[in-house]
Design a binder for this molecule. Structure first.
Ligand code: ADP
Ligand code: ADP
Length: 227
């Protein structure tokens, strides 16, 4: 089935006399598809992601997830931003269960299998460390873990590794791919790197310069590491 459907989506910042960030965008994303979105700086990639995350309104058109209009953040959607926003006064395991605790209460947070998540993220031994004791790559892994902790059906990622060095980034991308292979989800990844998009995704969507219009929708038909 279709996980995400965006139709004729137009978004202005500051109303119709302001900045037009997206224009007439149409996208359909299948359940469990891995999609990348690329395009020049300022073309509206983050805007689109934030609309899908329920964090921004829009002006015309529609945005739906599993056939429900998107108008607020959803429990079954995990979001990862460019900077890993960990709380500095909480340890790795507390950072991982934070969103669960906020949304579903202390009992839900305590019942969660943090150990399994820590293992999957390759962070064994770091459960009790604070963010300042982690490398950049580790912080980003924790941020992805935060988004995955609620076992979302959809994972939205806005250049999650953009701030990292190329080597760490390649490593995390491979881990991301493994994770996706293990536990298929619908993934929307914003990236600046075409090679990353091609390596990871089933489809690459290209937005034009502002206002962002969908100018290409490319099916990637290559044997990839996961195949
Ligand atoms: P991208 O993620 O592709 O770099 P963005 O979605 O961040 O693009 O921004 C799209 C356009 O909207 C840009 O021209 C940007 O300057 C503008 N924009 C983004 N956020 C805001 C905001 N909060 N207020 C006004 N303009 C914004
Ligand atoms: P603008 O076009 O001026 O940016 P938006 O409607 O996009 O106005 O949103 C402004 C801010 O309000 C967003 O950054 C977001 O934090 C919040 N917001 C907008 N829509 C929602 C929503 N449906 N649910 C929760 N917060 C929202």
């Amino acid at each position: 089935g279709v996980a995400i459907r965006v139709e004729n989506l137009t978004k202005f910042y500051g109303g119709p006399t302001g900045t037009k960030a997206l224009e007439d965008v149409d996208i359909a994303i299948e359940d469990c598809e891995f999609i990348s979105i690329i395009g020049p700086s300022g073309c509206g990639k983050s805007t689109l992601l934030r609309i899908l995350a329920g964090l921004h309104g829009f002006d015309t058109g529609s945005a739906a997830m599993f056939d429900e209009g998107v108008d607020a953040p959803r429990d079954d959607v995990g979001v990862v931003f460019q900077t890993a926003n960990l709380l500095p006064w909480l340890t790795v395991d507390k950072n991982l269960t934070l969103a669960l605790e906020i949304r579903r209460g202390k009992a839900a947070a305590e019942a969660a299998d943090v150990g399994a998540m820590v293992e999957m993220l390759n962070l064994k031994g770091f459960e009790d460390k604070y963010p300042h004791e982690l490398s950049g790559g580790m912080k980003h892994r924790v941020a992805i873990g935060q988004a995955l902790m609620q076992n979302p059906r959809v994972l939205l990622m806005d250049e999650p590794f953009g701030a990292l060095d190329a080597l760490t980034r390649d490593r995390l991308n491979i881990e991301l791919l493994r994770l996706w292979q293990r536990d298929r989800k619908t993934v929307v990844l914003i990236t600046h790197s075409i090679s990353e998009a091609v390596l990871l995704s089933d489809r690459v969507l290209v937005l034009s310069e502002r206002p962002g219009r969908l100018i290409a929708d490319l099916k990637i038909d290559l044997p990839r590491p996961r195949d």
